[in-house]
Ligand binder design. Structure first.
Ligand code: GDD
Ligand code: MG
Length: 363
């Protein structure tokens, strides 16, 4: 019996408006909700029971599992949903979810952030934790700009020296090693997290353990790693999964694009660079869709160029549009001839009128 907790209760603020209707871990990535990639990777690493620590839009997870083979008794992994009444933060969520575990105090419990795409050898992390008799073992990676993450300097033996969540000043940037969002806890350490109130493992639990000189270890793994928390990273993660650059048991046949059931592509259109076209999506004459994610039922008109963008569920893009590095919310309508570039976000259910051809040719 190997147990894990998957933290999936965040609001996904940086991915709005995509997360208005769907919690971040349930957004489709390479054809299935991101959570499915993570659950299958955990199962393949020998996890037999996983608690989904939910809060924001918890019902979406429950609905999905009740209709999915993953939720069936013979799926090879027992999935339990724990729902906080109020968001309890990462530490509070781990503490609450632990009441659904059966592990003994000395057992190892794996904890995953719900938005991290990685090829980490999960068993090697558990092995390191148990060999070193650590209280907590953190998976670390190195990035060129660590400011958006938890900074984790270690000594030459791998002992964690400090945990600095999202440093605010240049002096705090003491390392390029970051918390990569997967931990092994000895169960008794989770039991000491205060129950019933918000706790951040990053800002409270880890610094406290270090102040008490408890053994917190770090394992640096330089394999594939991506936090899918922003639109650009979300598109990148999806593209990398479709092309087989990022590993997932849920991607059976990597390729240049993934076109799901019922999607209709005009023979003159080009779908490339790791694009996913969702169920029943449509792409019109001479359009190019490259390095993008098009959700179910979205319609892209004729002569469009869509690059590095996310087109929400049921959104309609008129003819001759250029959409580059942008996010279009679910069920929005973008009229013909619009050009949306570099970070534009269109809210859900919006209507952007057609840009008159006469106006654009006058420019
Ligand atoms: N159940 C529950 N309840 N889950 C939560 C809550 C909560 O109140 N708050 C956040 N989570 C979940 C999110 O759904 C996500 O899966 C995970 O906790 C981390 O939250 P993020 O919002 O994605 O945090 P981050 O990306 O800014 O930073 C975290 O991840 C980085 C690596 O990707 C931190 O752990 C950093 O230290 C780390 O470097
Ligand atoms: Mg994140």
């Amino acid at each position: 019996m190997r147990e894990a907790i998957l933290l999936v209760g965040g609001q996904g603020t940086r991915l709005r408006p995509l997360t208005i209707n769907t919690p971040k871990p349930m957004l489709p990535v390479a054809g299935v909700p991101f959570t499915v990639h993570q659950i299958l990777r955990a199962r393949d690493a020998g996890v037999t029971r996983i608690v989904l620590a939910t809060s924001y839009k918890a019902d979406v997870f429950a609905d999905f599992l009740s209709n999915s083979e993953l939720g069936a008794a013979d799926s090879g992994i027992d999935i339990v949903i724990a729902t906080e009444d109020e968001p309890l933060g990462t530490g509070g969520a781990i503490r609450y979810a632990s009441s659904f575990l059966t592990s003994a105090p000395t057992d190892s419990v794996i904890v995953f952030n719900g938005d991290v795409l990685t090829g980490l050898d999960i068993n090697a992390l558990v092995h390191h934790h148990e060999q070193t008799n650590s209280d907590v073992t953190l998976y670390l990676t190195k990035v060129s700009d660590p400011r958006a993450y938890g900074l984790v300097p270690t000594d030459p033996t791998g002992r964690v020296l400090q945990f600095l969540e999202k440093p605010q000043t240049p002096e705090e940037i003491v390392t390029d090693q970051i918390n990569a969002g997967c931990y092994v806890f000895t169960r008794s350490v989770i039991d000491r997290i205060p129950p019933g109130r918000p706790v951040s493992v990053e800002r409270e639990t880890f610094p406290e353990l270090l102040a008490q000189s408890r053994l917190v270890s770090g394992v640096v793994d330089q394999g594939y790693w991506l936090d899918l928390g922003t639109p650009l990273a979300f598109v990148q993660g999806s593209v990398d999964l479709v092309r087989g650059i990022a590993p997932s048991p849920a991607v059976i046949a990597p390729g240049e694009s993934l076109i799901l059931a019922g999607a209709i592509v005009d023979p003159t259109a080009v779908i490339s660079d790791g694009t996913t076209l969702g169920v029943n999506a449509r792409v019109g004459v001479d359009s190019i869709v490259s390095g993008s994610v098009v959700f179910a039922g979205a319609v892209i008109g004729d002569h469009c160029v869509i690059r590095n963008s996310i087109i929400g569920e049921g959104a309609v893009i008129g003819d001759h549009c250029i959409i580059d590095g942008s996010v279009i919310g679910d069920h929005s309508q973008v009229g013909a001839h619009n050009e949306l570039r570099e970070g534009v976000r269109v809210w859900v259910d919006s209507v952007i009128p057609e840009l008159s051809v006469r106006f654009s040719s006058d420019q």
